[in-house]
Design a protein around this ligand. Structure first.
Ligand code: AGP
Length: 607
C-alpha cells in the first residue's frame, strides 16, 4: 500500500504541493519517496529511499519547476527500499513517468516481452513495466491517453497509476483497478490521489474513480472513461466534510478500526504473492530436518496456528516458539539441519532478531515472513515472503495477523500438494475456499460491527475474561485475549479448553465471562463438554461459532455466528475478526485510545 498523488495547477510550481500532499499520505508508506514534473517539455525526477523529511532535507522536494507533476510515497512490495526502486519510474527516453499503488501480477512476463523489444530495466519493481509498455504504444503512434488505455488492459493485478509525458505536458492520465483513486477539483487546479487527505487542504470537492476507469486531468478539469467500453462517464464532485485527521483514517475514528475493515483487501493481496518465493520456501520446509516457527506477540499466535496447519495438511511437525524463549529453550539443539521460519510484521522485533542471530551463528536455515520489505529480517533471511498488508499504524496487530495466517495456510497447502499426503479433492476444495476467504471476511465485517459493540456494552465492566479454544482455535483464543488485554486493559487469560479442569476453572463464578472459539471441526464434540463445565458454574458463555449450530446456540448467553463450512485450518482467519471488533469496542467503552495503548509500541526494538 503506497500513496500516489498528481496535480495540474493554473499558476506556479506544483512541487511544494506534491511534497505537502505526500506528507499527508505518509501513513500509507514511508520507505521511499519521489516526484516528477514537466518543465520545458522535459520530465524532471527527484526520488530517494527514506522518510519524506529525510529525503527533502537532501534533495529539496519543493525545488522542481513545472505546473504539472506526480508524486509517490512507498511501501515496498517488489524490490527493497533503495533509490532505484523508488517511484516515479520512467521509460527508456525518460519522457514517460509513472507512479503506482498496487501489485502487477504479470510483470515478469511483460518485462521479458519488453526486454526482447530492446527496453532496458533498472529496478526490481513490478511497476517499471508500465512506463515501458506506454512507451511501446506511443512508438506505435498512439497518444498518451490511448497508450495508457492499451497498456493497462495488459496489466493483471491491482493498480492505481498516474502518468505524465513530456510531449503532452498539459495532462495527467490515471487509471484504477482495485487500488483506491480519487480526484479533487478546485478553482486553481485539479488533483488525483490514493486518498482524500492528500488534497483536502486544497479542496473538499472530490470525485470518486470507480474500478476499471481511466481519468484524464487537464487545465480544463477531468474526463472519466470506462476502460471496458471507452465510454465517457459523467460524474459530479462530492463535498467532503472531513477534518484532515479524519481523512487519514478514511472516515474511521481510529486506525485500528480502519485496519480491521481493510482485511478483505489485505487478504486478497495475500492471494497475489510472488509464486517463486512461496515455492522456494515450500522447498526449504519440505527438505528440513526440524522446523521451528519463531515470533513474538500476535505473530507468535500465527505460528501457533500454523503448527496445526502444517501438521494436519502436510504431516510436517513444527515447533512454535516464543522468540524471547527460543535461545533458552532450544539454543543448544539448533544446528545446520534446523530450519527456522521467523514471523514478524515489522521485521525488526528485537526478541525475534536475537533468536535469528543465535540460529544464524549455528548455520541453521533462516526463512522469513514479514510485512516490511527491506527490514532486518528480509536482509538476514535465506528466503522471505512479504505478506503485502501495507503499513499498519494501530499498535494492535489486526490485518497483519490475518494476512500471516493466509500466507502460512498457503505454504501448508503447497507442502501438502508436494508431499501428496492429502487427496487432490481436499486440496482443491481448500484452495477454492482460500480464494473465498476475503469475501467471507467482508460479509462478517458487514454484519458484526454493531453486534460486537453491543457485546462490549454488556461486558465492559467485567473484572476478568477467559478465552478458550481447542485445536487450532486455541491460537485464535490466545490472539483474541491479547487484543482485549493490550487495548482495553481488561485482564484475561487464554488456554486450550481441555486445560480448564486442571486449574483455571476454580476462578469461575456466576457471571464470569468465558469466550469460546468453537467453529464446527474435529474438536466440536469435546468443546461442548468444556462449555457445559463452565455453564454449570454460572459462567456467561460467549461463543464464536458456526451459523446454525443449534446444539451450541442453546448453550450460549451470546452467540457470535460466522458463515458455515469454513475449513478448520482457515477458521482462525475469520473467527478472530469479531474478537478484534470486541476488543476495539471494549477499549472505547472503557475510555481508552485503541490506536495508542499505554506502555506499548508498534515495533518492540528492545529485548
Ligand atoms: C500485537 O498487537 C502487538 N503489537 C505485539 O504483540 C506484536 O505482535 C509483537 O510485538 C510482534 O511484532 P512483529 O510482528 O512486528 O514482530
Amino acid at each position: 500500500m503506497c500513496g500516489i498523488f498528481g496535480c495540474i495547477i493554473n499558476d506556479g510550481d506544483v512541487a511544494p504541493l506534491i511534497h505537502a500532499a505526500l506528507k499527508r499520505l505518509e501513513y500509507r508508506g514511508y520507505d521511499s519517496v519521489g516526484e516528477a514534473t514537466i518543465n520545458e517539455a522535459k520530465v524532471h525526477v527527484k526520488k530517494d529511499s527514506g522518510k519524506i523529511d529525510a529525503v527533502h532535507a537532501i534533495l529539496n522536494l519543493d525545488d522542481l519547476k513545472g505546473r504539472v507533476g506526480i508524486g509517490h510515497t512507498r511501501w515496498a512490495t517488489h524490490g527493497a527500499p533503495y533509490r532505484v526502486n523508488a517511484h516515479p519510474h520512467v521509460d527508456c527516453k525518460e519522457e514517460v513517468a509513472v507512479v503506482h499503488n498496487g501489485i502487477i501480477e504479470n510483470f515478469a512476463e511483460l518485462k521479458i516481452e519488453l526486454e526482447n523489444l530492446g527496453h532496458v530495466f533498472i529496478s526490481k519493481t513490478d511497476t517499471e513495466v508500465i512506463p515501458h509498455l506506454i512507451e511501446e504504444k506511443i512508438k506505435q503512434g498512439l497518444s498518451l491517453v490511448e497508450a495508457t488505455h492499451e497498456a493497462v488492459n495488459q496489466l493483471e493485478g491491482s493498480y492505481a497509476i498516474a502518468v505524465i509525458y513530456a510531449k503532452e505536458p498539459d495532462k495527467i492520465v490515471c487509471a484504477r483497478k482495485e487500488s483506491p483513486l480519487v480526484v479533487g477539483v478546485s478553482e486553481n487546479g485539479v488533483y488525483c490521489s490514493s486518498d482524500i487527505p492528500a488534497f483536502l487542504p486544497l479542496t473538499n470537492k472530490a470525485v470518486m474513480i470507480e474500478n476499471g476507469e481511466l481519468v484524464v486531468l487537464s487545465g480544463k478539469g477531468y474526463e472519466i472513461r470506462r476502460l471496458a467500453d471507452w465510454n465517457i462517464v459523467p460524474r459530479e464532485p462530492e463535498t467532503i466534510d472531513w477534518s484532515p485527521e479524519m481523512a487519514e483514517k478514511q472516515g474511521y475514528p481510529h486506525f485500528m478500526l480502519k485496519e480491521i475493515y481493510e482485511q478483505p483487501l489485505t487478504l486478497r493481496n495475500t492471494l497475489r504473492l510472488q509464486d517463486q518465493y512461496l515455492e522456494l520456501m515450500t522447498e526449504f520446509l519440505d527438505r528440513a530436518g526440524e522446523v521451528f516457527l519463531v515470533a513474538a506477540g500476535t505473530s507468535y499466535h500465527a505460528c501457533l496456528a500454523a503448527s496445526y496447519m502444517f501438521s494436519k495438511l502436510s504431516f510436517l511437525a513444527t515447533h512454535p516458539i516464543i522468540a524471547s524463549e527460543f535461545v533458552e529453550q532450544h539454543g543448544r539443539s539448533v544446528n545446520i539441519d534446523s530450519t527456522i521460519l521467523f514471523v514478524s510484521q515489522s521485521g525488526e522485533t528485537a526478541d525475534t532478531l536475537a533468536a535469528l542471530e543465535h540460529a544464524r551463528l549455528r548455520a541453521a536455515t533462516i526463512l522469513g515472513l514479514t510485512n516490511a520489505v527491506g527490514s532486518t529480517l528480509t536482509r538476514l533471511a535465506r528466503v522471505y515472503v512479504c505478506q503485502q498488508s501495507g503499513p499498519e499504524i494501530g499498535v494492535a496487530a489486526t490485518k497483519t495477523f490475518t494476512s500471516q495466517l493466509s500466507v502460512l495456510a498457503q505454504l501448508a497447502l503447497r507442502l501438502a500438494k508436494k508431499r501428496g499426503k492429502v487427496s487432490h479433492i481436499e486440496i482443491e476444495s481448500l484452495e477454492k475456499k482460500l480464494q473465498q476467504i476475503p469475501d467471507i471476511a467482508e460479509e462478517i465485517l458487514k454484519t458484526h460491527g454493531d453486534k460486537m459493540k453491543q457485546l462490549a456494552e454488556k461486558y465492559y465492566d467485567r473484572q476478568f475474561f477467559f478465552y478458550l479454544g481447542r485445536g487450532i482455535s486455541s491460537a485464535t483464543a490466545f490472539e483474541g485475549r491479547l487484543k482485549l488485554m493490550e487495548i482495553s486493559y481488561a485482564p484475561a487469560i487464554a488456554y486450550p479448553a481441555g486445560e480448564s479442569k486442571h486449574g483455571p476453572i476454580s476462578l469461575i463464578e456466576p457471571g464470569f465471562p468465558v469466550v469460546f472459539i468453537c467453529p464446527k471441526d474435529e474438536t466440536h464434540k469435546t468443546i461442548v463438554s468444556n462449555i457445559m463445565e463452565m455453564k454449570a458454574r454460572g459462567a456467561s458463555i460467549i461463543l464464536i461459532m458456526e451459523e446454525g449450530d443449534e446444539e451450541l446456540k442453546k448453550l450460549a448467553d451470546d452467540a457470535i455466528e460466522i458463515p458455515k463450512d469454513i475449513p478448520e485450518i482457515l477458521s482462525p482467519i475469520l473467527c478472530v475478526i469479531p474478537l478484534q471488533l470486541f476488543a476495539y469496542y471494549m477499549a472505547l467503552k472503557r475510555g481508552h485510545d485503541p490506536d495508542q495503548p499505554r506502555n506499548l509500541a508498534k515495533c518492540v526494538t528492545v529485548k
